[in-house]
Design a protein around this ligand. Sequence first.
Ligand code: PLP
Length: 304
Amino acid sequence: MPLHLETPLIESLPLGLASGRSIFLKMDALQPPGSFKIRGVGAACEHHARAGKRRFVSSSGGNAGMAVAYAGRMLSIPVFVFVPETTTERAKGLIRQQGADVIVHGTAWDEANAAALASLDADTAFIHPFDDPLLWTGHATMIDEVARSGLAFDAVVLSVGGGGLFAGVAEGLARNGLGHVPILAVETEGTASLAASMDAGSLTELPSVSGIATSLAARKVSERAFELSQTRPVESVVVSDTDAAQACIRFLDDHRVLVEPACGAALAVAYAHADRLARFERILMIVCGGATTTVERLQAWQEF
Ligand SMILES: *Cc1c(COP(=O)(O)O)cnc(C)c1O
């Protein structure tokens, strides 16, 4: 039994009305730890457990850390999540709720990550948040499920942080004979590292990242993500933080599911940038989810 669930695939009449297109939602917000990440993280953790590893380490205070904590609890393997001082109490609480140890180290992610790497030994597996083929193969299961349902679609919309979801969906499309289907790769203005690389024609590191879509805040996407942007049909879409926050609020009203701005960014393509969907008829949107936000914070962000 894999650690992720098979998630619902539903047609969204509200997003369809907003965009004038048929929109289908892959509801990975409903995974137990709150996001799609458990697909890849679960597959990677099971791999390492089979290989005899006895501890898992993560340096993500976000949904990747939560997924590792969940996987460790399911597999009865201790998990240590290294996070910087800037990590919210809510995020730390969600990780501890899964039974993992949270180790606060340093003022920025780089320092927490360095401490995590320094803690590794032969019995310990480090679970990267986005740059590992084991993750991509695990994330690809969401496309296997859609393909098995028989749904025909002519574009996929998804959010891009470091590009793990993107690489996984591309792998899932390829292994189901759908490698020609375009992917609309969505980022926020403050986190547009794939857009910068695609513009430059080479893998580019942003000097800094900013904004409310913290789960997209990778200064550089993986090499694999950039390579895919050059070798398969991919369109970059960049939305504002306001678009992303408003999409979360509307989605909560429309579908009664709370997601992070990282996910709202993708939903905003239907709500606020439907011109980008004009060439397509039936669109698959990956509702990647995210557990770190609250209604109160969304309302505050919406005022921006
Ligand atoms: C991690 C995450 C993303 C981005 O995934 P990448 O693999 O880093 O591109 C998007 N949305 C949510 C909710 C996430 O947790």
